[in-house]
Design a protein. Structure first.
Length: 154
């Protein structure tokens, strides 16, 4: 089962208001669970504007206390969110330096982090060029679907 399929299952959960979903296919078992208070789906990259600031605050109710205490990003910042549930890793291995940190310049396609889900290491890549202004998650922390991971500006 690939990340695209898992993302589609998560979208189905959101569309139908489900908080849990279990699926077994060809000896692979998947169990997805989400916070029932998060009702609206956000895109993977959210552009914050003056008009969307209130909507961004509503959708940023992340399940982790650290993420929910973060101030909203500056109007020129975008938020990069996790496309799946898993464990956040800032580097390819414990000995390796982090892929990015605050102040890192990235181009579209650069690896920002890894989210491990079901023993599969999924590289999360930048969808646009910019500068990482904040890393919102600590190495080894669990992350939820669409939880904010980074802030990026052009």
């Amino acid at each position: 089962m690939d990340v695209k399929t898992i993302n589609q299952l998560a979208e189905i959960m959101a569309q139908h208001g489900l908080t849990e979903l279990s699926l077994e296919q060809n000896q692979i078992k998947v169990h997805l669970a989400r916070n029932p208070t998060v009702q609206q789906r956000q895109p993977v990259v959210i552009e914050q504007t003056a008009d969307a600031e209130g909507a961004g605050n509503r959708g940023s109710a992340a399940p982790s206390p650290a993420a929910s205490t973060e101030p909203p990003p500056a109007s020129s910042a975008a938020v990069i969110t996790s496309p799946l549930v898993g464990t956040f890793y800032a580097a390819a291995s414990p000995e390796a330096p982090p892929f990015v940190s605050a102040g890192s310049k990235v181009k579209a396609g650069d690896v920002l982090c890894i989210v491990e889900a079901m023993k599969v290491m999924n590289e999360i890549k930048a969808e646009r060029a910019g500068v990482i202004t904040k890393v919102l998650v600590k190495n080894g922390d669990p992350v939820e679907y669409e939880q904010a991971l980074f802030e990026i500006t052009e």
